[in-house]
Design a protein around this ligand. Structure first.
Ligand SMILES: Nc1ncnc2c1ncn2[C@@H]1O[C@H](COP(=O)(O)OP(=O)(O)OP(=O)(O)O)[C@@H](O)[C@H]1O
Ligand SMILES: [Mg+2]
Length: 251
């Protein structure tokens, strides 16, 4: 098992680790509860990283901290994206800096059509993929462009949530359980799309309960357990290590 990167003490992370997205000594709290416990990991440009762990391990909290959705006082440490310090930012600034979070609940806006949901994402710069390009990526969304977003099937809503993230000019896509509640055939379709998105140069962190599916897609994996990192290595190593999967992923 690989230990997390050993960062030299006393220096700013920016001086020591030139990774694309870098989380360094990050801690976060909910009130008195210590949730994310001093974690450090890197994500390289263009790769897909699977962030895994049991229920309550701190996966969603980690994604929310990177996207600056938590309260700033509740998170310590450094988060760097392409030489920009996200840890000093609020969520709208992290979004403008290139973070695209697709939350677990998908957050489709009620009362708006598919197309209006996408247009709303482009109301302010930085604008990413054009709506026509998004319909090429997700033809089902193009067919349903006039349909109210919240009336789409679960799989289509997930596609809309991903499309909405790409409608902004993002560097990193953060996906929180994108396969949840979806039939295997729809998971196949979304997985195919995530591979295309990777080919377009977008870096991705995927959080998934369906760990095997996520590992088959990912280049690397980080496993969290009660808020700390217990594994940082290749996805293949996790697929080949039955004991590790049994201990931390219960599969
Ligand atoms: N708003 C909150 N207030 C208090 N505690 C919270 C809050 N949100 C999460 N927690 C706690 O933080 C811990 C980590 O939660 P988190 O949602 O990050 O885990 P997770 O790995 O995403 O779990 P799951 O697989 O169930 O989605 C849990 O113990 C959870 O109860
Ligand atoms: Mg979660």
């Amino acid at each position: 098992m690989n230990a997390p990167a050993d960062f030299s003490k006393g220096k700013s992370h920016a001086q020591t680790a030139p990774a694309y997205l870098s989380v360094w000594n990050m801690e976060s709290y909910y009130g008195e509860s210590y949730i994310v416990q001093n974690i450090s990991f890197n994500v390289h440009e263009g790769e897909i990283l699977a962030l895994l762990g049991r229920n309550g391990a701190g996966k969603t909290s980690t994604l929310r901290s990177i996207a600056r959705m938590d309260s700033p006082q509740a998170t310590h440490g450094e988060i760097w994206l392409d030489h920009q310090p996200l840890h000093d930012m609020q969520s709208y600034q992290a979004s403008a800096a290139g973070i695209g979070l697709v939350p677990e609940d998908r957050s489709i806006i009620p009362g708006l059509t598919v197309e209006e949901n996408l247009q709303l994402a482009q109301i302010a710069p930085p604008i990413g993929w054009s709506i026509e390009r998004l319909y090429d990526l997700f033809p089902r969304l193009g067919e349903r462009r006039k349909q109210e977003g919240v009336t789409l099937s679960g799989g289509e809503q997930q596609m809309l949530a991903i499309a909405r993230a790409l409608a902004r000019d993002i560097k990193v896509l953060l996906l929180d359980e994108p396969y949840e509640g979806l039939a295997p055939v729809i998971v196949d379709e979304i997985e195919k799309t995530l591979r295309i998105i990777k080919e377009q140069g977008i870096t991705t962190i995927i959080v998934e309960q369906n760990a095997v599916r996520a590992l088959e897609l990912a280049d690397r994996a980080v496993i969290l357990d009660t808020g700390g990192i217990v594994f940082d290595g290749t996805a293949q190593e996790v697929l080949e290590n039955d004991a590790l999967r049994a201990e931390y992923l219960a599969i």
